[in-house]
Ligand binder design. Structure first.
Ligand SMILES: [Zn+2]
Length: 823
């Protein structure tokens, strides 16, 4: 289907004003649903088109006259609307989808119950109802739903079951099409009320115990964040009630639909998780709440400002979580768990300026919706907030919300509000940080007594107010260097260890210099500041990525630093970076460090012992102990130890629940020390959505030709798989130590990835290409094959983007190996 072009959106915006949508859906069938839309619209007079992606268009009527249904072409229905008011009625059969977009229908494997939710972002609304699908044609919605008797239905506005299975909703506030949503099914709902706002939490019935267990935590967070956003913004939440639904097979982390937020339901914890997962969930809750103002009350006029939407929500979400909730260490978590994502994205060939990409159509905008939008956008917005001060920052934001309430605005509008509030001329800052891509490399030149700034290929004039921490023999002494030119004088006494950016305020390519790297193993245990340790870990990972820090030195630092690390987020993040269970790793990241060291087996044994020792010294039953055991499991090579862990005999304080059991089984699968029978038995013991995904991962990981063939059929689409399964199976498939078995699949990937456009689209298409990429076979041949494929003019844009970054990751690993002598 073609994607809406920016010029088409402008023409339609100039032509139309939408008075209202009235949408009626009948959700009682299983594969399709009846959708009737009545649109009241005023036209200035001219030709336009309606967006509509049905299975079958039954009837379309304009001002009481039937129009030919066969005029529908590739998702668009052409309309001539003379000047004046019009009424359009569209009746169609729409598809239930299973790719997390449109109206997604999933069956819970735990009990066979069906669940439905609507994801309209960014261009899926027309597969639910006929509409003029662009962010700046807002209108109020009235929704009616027919559903099976035992379902509940929530949507953007408040609704009631007026008769058995018949739901009617109040007219909503003006909404953009991309955040029109509903959640329907036999969901378990918990109701509450705070400060005039009705609150709801929803989850599948099989997850009701997990929802009940965490309801008070989630509701407390919600109340605290509402209070704080009301205080900071001075403007009331505008969408009436507030439901938060944990829904199955959701692609993103969450979606900010006004009054009807959807979250991926792995964020409900049916097994024990470390605190860092709770922080992640808390910041997500706060992030979506921030969007209720920024994004929903005032909406980007076009997709090129999506980055600002995300950067703002990320900044406010992390800040408010740290300031008013129990998760006062949220900023340490955000640093250690998220920053390298953005730093790496900003150094890839696919990097792009934060802002001003034009985004000529929605598909192109989605290509640039990545770590740059979230992580770098967040970092630079934090920098701006510090620079202008809170009064100016929040003053400008309030002005922006007031001026454009229930409307749309651009980045220029917001920056205008900040300038009017006293920020001064923001143009130089914007040009340097938002309109140019890439990272400045900043290094310490001890001989020259200078900090050296090296700009990326497309340079910008960026000023860095760089924090430094220098070890004076007894303490880390803080200072600041204003880096405005290529060389800035900064003299340190010979042999002094120096950490750059100890407070996580910089956005730059930093590394740990050799003098500091040699001293750090001795000093890491003395670092009492968790943020200083976090920035050390960030810099360590960045240095290895850019082949400026010896990966063996990084192993030594992990072995020295983890025993004194008390943040489970740091232990967990390092565990994922080093280990190979792929949990939380986005495909091409996994096993990065061990893929580049000189003696992987020895290094694996060393870090495993380190994590194990940390688990032993952590308080029994603590989150830290859990994170350390998880990291130890992902690096274990002793099947005896893993079997003992599974039996629960040697790990006091550790609850061996389904989550932990599957971690162990995954590792046993990697070592070839389990089989499909055992995996099947474990699944039968507890069969739900999460254990099915873990089973799929483990099955794909088995060093067995049949298992690999089974996995490959999911990649090529010969056998169906959900997006969650694709991620798990692809991540499980590629494993170090299985080269002989996997070798034929390198060429098969290169030959077959193009064809996956026939079986997947959207998120799933890119995920398939990413997670099945043969990263464990990184070498010159893979690089050559990848580059050849990238050069193919027929290659799908999403797949090309994945391959460009994957090829860069291969290059990074080869560069590190070449430089530091690993073969
Ligand atoms: Zn967001």
């Amino acid at each position: 289907m073609r994607s809406l072009q920016l010029n088409e959106a402008r023409d339609r915006f100039d032509l139309l004003e939408i008075t209202s949508y009235d949408v009626t859906l009948d959700l009682r069938e299983e594969t399709t649903f009846a959708s009737t839309t009545v649109i009241e619209v005023t036209s200035k007079g001219g030709d336009t088109f309606l967006d509509l992606k049905p299975v079958a268009l039954g009837r379309i009527e304009l001002d009481g006259t039937d129009l030919p249904v066969d005029a529908l072409d590739d998702g668009r229905y052409p309309l001539t609307l003379p000047a004046g008011e019009h009424r359009i009625v569209v009746e169609s059969a729409m598809p239930f989808r299973n790719d997390g977009e449109g109206l997604h229908r999933a069956v819970d494997p735990a009990d066979g119950r069906p669940y439905v939710y609507q994801m309209s972002f960014m261009s899926a609304a027309p597969s639910v109802f006929a509409c003029f699908d662009q962010p700046d044609l807002k209108a109020p919605y009235t929704l009616r739903v027919a559903a099976p008797d035992d379902w509940i239905v929530v949507a953007n506005a408040a609704g009631t079951e007026v008769d058995r299975g018949r739901w009617e909703f109040e007219q909503s506030q003006p909404l953009s099409t991309y955040f029109v949503s509903l959640v329907a099914g036999p969901y378990h709902r918990i109701a509450d009320h705070h400060d005039g706002i009705d609150l709801g939490l929803l989850a599948r019935r099989s997850l009701a115990p997990a929802l009940e267990k965490d309801a008070e935590e989630l509701l407390t967070l919600t109340r605290q964040c509402f209070d704080e956003f009301h205080r900071l913004f001075g403007i009331r939440y505008a969408f009436g009630k507030y439901d938060q639904a944990f829904v199955p097979e959701f692609n993103a982390g969450a979606m900010e639909n006004p009054g009807c937020v959807t979250f991926r339901d792995p964020l409900l914890f049916s097994t024990r998780v470390p605190r860092s997962m709770r922080i992640q969930r808390a910041t997500t809750v706060a992030h979506e709440m921030a969007h209720q103002w920024f994004g929903n009350l005032v909406t980007p006029k076009w997709w090129d400002d999506l980055w600002l939407n995300e950067a703002f929500a990320e900044y406010m979400g992390n800040r408010v979580t740290a300031e008013v909730t129990e998760f006062d260490d949220a900023l340490v978590w955000a640093a250690v768990a998220r920053k390298n994502w953005g730093l790496t994205a900003d150094s890839r060939p696919s990097t792009h300026p934060v802002a001003g990409n034009g985004a000529l159509d929605a598909d192109a905008a989605l290509q640039d919706f990545d770590g740059i939008s979230y992580s770098k956008g967040h970092a630079v917005l934090t920098q701006l907030a510090h620079q202008v001060g809170d009064d100016v920052f929040l003053g400008g934001v309030r002005d922006h919300f007031t001026r454009h309430r229930f409307g749309n605005a651009t980045m220029r509008d917001l920056f205008g509000s900040w300038e009017a509030a006293g920020a001064g001329d923001l143009e130089p800052w914007t040009a340097a940080w938002l309109r140019k891509a890439g990272l400045d490399r900043i290094e310490l030149d001890r001989q020259a007594g200078a900090v050296v700034r090296t700009p990326p290929a497309d340079p910008a004039d960026r000023t860095h107010v760089l924090g430094v921490a220098a070890w004076n023999g007894t303490a880390w002494e803080r200072g600041e260097v204003r880096v405005e030119t290529e060389r800035t004088p900064y003299v340190v006494a010979p042999g002094t260890p120096v950490i750059l950016d100890p407070d996580d305020t910089a956005w730059a390519d930093l590394t740990i210099d050799p003098v500091t790297a040699a001293a750090l193993p001795g000093l890491l245990p003395t670092m009492t500041d968790p943020l200083l340790r976090a920035t050390t870990w960030i810099t360590l990972r960045n240095g290895v990525h850019h082949a400026r820090l010896d990966p063996d030195a990084a192993v030594a630092m992990i072995c020295a630093g983890v025993p004194a690390e008390d943040q489970d987020a740091a232990v967990g993040t390092l565990g994922v970076w080093v280990g190979d269970d792929g949990e939380g790793a986005r495909g091409v990241v996994h096993e990065k460090l061990l893929a580049t060291v000189r003696d992987p087996e020895r290094s694996r044994a060393d870090v495993h012992q380190t994590f194990l020792a940390r688990a032993a010294t952590a308080p029994a039953g603590s989150d830290l102990q859990l994170a350390a055991y998880q990291a130890a499991t992902g690096t274990a090579t002793s099947t005896d130890w893993l079997r003992a862990l599974l039996a629960g005999t040697e790990t006091p304080g550790l609850e061996v629940d389904a989550g932990m059991r599957w971690r162990v089984l995954k590792r046993l699968a990697s070592l070839g020390a389990t089989d499909l029978d055992e995996l099947d038995r474990e699944l039968a013991r507890e069969n739900d959505a999460k254990t099915q995904i873990a089973h799929a991962w483990s099955h794909a990981r088995l060093p067995d030709p049949d298992a690999k063939a089974w996995a490959w059929q999911r990649f090529t689409g010969e056998a169906a798989a959900s997006n969650y399964e694709i991620e798990a199976i692809g991540t499980g498939f590629w494993a170090s130590g299985q080269d002989e078995l996997l070798m034929p699949y390198v060429d098969r990937y290169l030959a077959e990835v193009k064809g996956t456009t026939a079986v997947r689209s959207g998120w799933g298409l890119a995920d398939g290409a990413l997670f099945f990429y043969p990263i464990t076979m990184a070498g010159p041949d893979l690089l050559a094959g990848t580059e050849q494929l990238i050069g193919d003019p027929e290659l799908n844009l999403s797949i090309r983007r994945v391959l460009v970054d994957a090829g860069d990751e291969v290059r990074s690993r080869l560069r590190t190996r070449e430089r530091y002598g690993a073969s």
